[in-house]
Design a protein around this ligand. Structure first.
Ligand code: PAF
Length: 291
């Protein structure tokens, strides 16, 4: 596996990989790789002959008081994991290469980015959309793979690709891959490394309480009390801030307060200690009246 950190080297390496008509998949990441990322790589390998992974801790998607400086950077370990997966190329640009002196553009996606993380982390999705658009233009992959743990991020990226008529990958070639969970249900995340042993044990309350809330709502209880119980369970377990815990239309990401004909997801973001955890799960669509 070759690692490149300059754009000219990336272009040469990508041209080499494409020789003979090979298709290229991109897996964008911020590093500190775990089984969730490796699952993305494995899915990418099923679709494309060549796989490029990017590792870039993107400063523009972090707010002023967020964990940019503390974000884990473990390039050697990441390279070892990617080599073992048979990744062809690692694109690991510096901040200066990605945002050269005088950089002044930003992509702002509205609608799908309005609520949930868009509200809790102002500017976050502008940073994500901008860097992902740049990554797409730099690598020009046929396919791109993202984890569904960042459900809203995936919607933002698809919307951006559609709205800007991106040539590669086209919106339909942007794939979401299901959340990979620890045995106790906690969604894998690079930020789980921040958790103390005690916080890690308490963090398992998040998926458990989400499943309980979903079961109640699917059984016909109004969403309000079920979500209140979810929040109370999180607070009881030691989460000190709940950014949001709500139902959303799975496609438009508009908040909804009941199940209907369209797919709905439960989205939660909450903080325990210094760590902000997010998770999401689908709800079963109720049978239509004619069924
Ligand atoms: O999900 C991530 O790791 C990041 O938000 C992404 C998509 C690589 C953009 O920086």
């Amino acid at each position: 596996m070759q690692t490149v950190s300059r754009l000219d080297m990336l272009r040469t390496a990508v041209a080499d990989l494409r020789r003979g008509g090979a298709r290229l998949a991109l897996v964008p990441t911020m590093g500190a790789l775990h089984e969730g990322h490796l699952t993305l790589v494995r899915e990418a390998k099923k679709r494309a002959e060549r796989v490029v992974v990017s590792i870039f801790v993107n400063p523009t998607q972090f707010g002023p008081n967020e964990d940019l400086d503390a974000y884990p950077r473990v390039l050697d370990e990441d390279q070892r994991l990617l080599r073992a997966e048979g990744v062809d190329l690692l694109w690991a640009p510096t901040v200066g290469e990605m945002y050269p002196e005088g950089f002044a553009s930003s992509i702002s996606v509205r609608a799908v980015a309005m609520h949930f993380c868009g509200e809790a982390r102002p500017g976050h999705f502008d940073g994500v959309a901008t860097v992902v658009c740049k990554l797409f233009n730099q690598v020009l992959p046929d396919f791109a793979f993202f984890g569904e743990k960042d459900w809203q991020q995936l919607a933002v990226i698809r919307q951006m690709a559609r709205d800007l008529n991106l040539g590669a990958p086209v919106a339909d070639a942007i794939f979401g891959v299901g959340i990979v969970r620890e045995p106790d249900g906690l969604a894998m995340s690079s930020r789980n490394r921040y958790l103390s042993a005690q916080e890690r044990a308490a963090a398992a309350t998040l998926p458990r309480a989400m499943r309980q809330a979903i079961a109640r709502i699917e059984q016909g209880e109004p969403a309000g009390p079920a979500l209140d119980a979810l929040k109370a369970a999180l607070t009881g377990a030691g989460f000190h801030q709940i950014d949001y815990a709500g139902l959303a239309d799975a496609i438009s990401l508009k908040p909804v307060d009941a199940l209907g004909d369209r797919p709905v997801r439960l989205l939660v973001a909450a903080r325990i200690g210094q760590t902000r955890l997010i998770d999401n799960m689908p709800l079963a669509t109720p049978p239509s009246r004619e069924d």
